[in-house]
Design a protein around this ligand. Structure first.
Ligand code: MN3
Length: 203
């Protein structure tokens, strides 16, 4: 069974004015579709066929650049659509809020750390909130379509929140103003989805 492009669960314009409809359409229908198709092409007929994306990324050091780039692109964008919502924004509650406060001091201090990771990632990449192997939260960033599930990455863990800081994610609306895009992102974060990922990652 080949990997499938997951459908958006909201319309292209649902995240406006924070993320514009044209960007969402191109990002999902062109970029994410491309990563999905190219991943399927890269693993076709290989021992990776039938493995989960997490299994593939966990041993990506042994694979081709095509598997690394497109496998990362497939996973990262699948997560990205899920952790945003037109009903998003605000702050988490429950166990996730408690863990953020314990790890970072406060929600605002967490936001500052994540914002710094997103704005200082040089060139294309992603900012992440992850649950590491000891169950602790951490903020990190990766280049290109890498992510913390990959064995090539020095900081490893399960991503529960991710922000795409490739120019294709914001350039039509924000041009070079990546910090404005990062600020706007907080208005669409689906904390319920992030909390569900947190609970799953903690086991
Ligand atoms: Mn992207």
């Amino acid at each position: 069974m080949a990997f499938q492009l997951p459908p958006l669960t909201y319309s292209f314009d649902a995240l406006e004015p924070h993320i514009d409809a044209r960007t969402m359409e191109i990002h999902h229908d062109k970029h994410h579709a491309g990563y999905t198709n190219n991943l399927n092409g890269a693993i076709e007929g290989s021992a990776l066929e039938g493995k989960t994306i997490e299994e593939i990324l966990g041993q990506v050091s042994k694979q081709s650049p095509a598997v690394r780039n497109n496998g990362g692109g497939y996973y990262n964008h699948s997560l990205f659509w899920e952790i945003m919502s037109p009903d998003g924004g605000g702050e988490p509650d429950g166990d996730l809020a408690a863990a953020i406060n314990a790890r970072f001091g406060s929600f605002n201090e967490f936001k500052a750390a994540f914002t710094k990771a997103a704005t200082t990632q040089f060139g294309s990449g992603w900012a992440w909130l992850i649950v590491d192997a000891s169950g602790e939260l951490a903020v990190t960033s990766t280049a290109n379509q890498d992510n913390p599930l990959m064995d090539v990455n020095p900081v490893k863990g399960t991503p529960i929140l991710g922000l795409d800081v490739w120019e294709h994610a914001y350039y039509l609306n924000y041009q070079n103003r990546r910090p404005d895009y990062v600020t706007a992102f907080w208005n669409v974060v689906n904390w319920k989805a992030v909390a569900a990922r947190y609970a799953k990652a903690k086991g």
